[in-house]
Ligand binder design. Sequence first.
Ligand code: KG4
Ligand code: ZN
Length: 346
Amino acid sequence: MADVQQNFVADESTVVLGIETSCDETAVSVVMGGGDVLSSVVSSQLDEHARFGGVVPEIASRAHLEALPNVTAEALERAGIDFSRIDAVAATVGPGLVGALLVGVSAAKATALALDVPFVGVNHLEAHLYAALLDDPDVEFPMLFVLVSGGHTMFVAMNDPHDYRVVGQTIDDAAGEAFDKVARFLDLGFPGGPAIDRSAQNGNEKAVNFPRAMLNDGLDVSFSGLKTAVINHVRANPDVSNDDVAASFQRAVVDVLVHKARLAARECGARTIALGGGVAANSQLRRELEKAGNDDGLRVLLPSREMCTDNAAMIASAGWYRLRRGESTPLDAGANPNLKLARGQR
Ligand code: KG4
Ligand code: ZN
């Protein structure tokens, strides 16, 4: 076993089974050669958490345990292979909910051990970048990676593929968290991002001039004051239309993210911007960032929408890139709920 792990180097024919259980999606995927997605199955626990208005860790762990065998079987079936064709197993080892992570990590290690193939632990944040590179991996560096998810909001400068440096980040709420909290306040449902995105299509983005915090203040961002401003505005104007509030709120978030991404790209001399994380599915953010990048002569890489939110294809892909460099993970390594992507990350 130890020999297999130490000597293995992935190539174009290497088939990786990816497992993602860091939060509330149980996902398994089969990816060949780092970019050929043979299957990607995502089982969401949305219904189980919705009535609590957020993810409940204990419920998440149990639901992962229950779902993982079937999701794995379906991923293999859709890929048209059985376990014997798997060359390596990748799983998210952090960041995330510790109990949820352990379900996927334990299953991945047991599978790797049983099949006598390498295991590779994957950083969930790095995997969101690989979602953007799935369709188009040959990028020009330097690159700016804009990571906007439910738990993180960061601008990451990259001079080469595995050199990550955080140049800006949120000082309070993550962008996705702001979407979720505002949606909950407006009673639009959970998760909030897609609900606000939909509602905003029918609203007037100029209806309310919400604050754009820290706009001229370095590369960090802040969304907590914006969330409070939305709540105060709706309380003071109970008849205001939800669609107008959603559109005005979304506009403010997108304005800040695009402005800071542009600044960050300029500061790190980027030739490419890659967008990743659940909020990368936002239609206005995709449109505006692409336009800004084009205006500045930058290539903008957007993940396909289904690859923005949590999935296991991005885990298998990120795992393959590590294995191609000969990096597998010992079976005694654990999960790390606070795993960081880069130096400078709070
Ligand atoms: O990356 P992700 O699936 O999970 C984390 O790693 O956090 O991101 C989930 C976040 C949620 O906050 C969700 O509301 C947000 O992504 N999201 C969106 C959209 N779709 C998902 N936010 C804005 N617009 C969307 N269309
Ligand atoms: Zn994520």
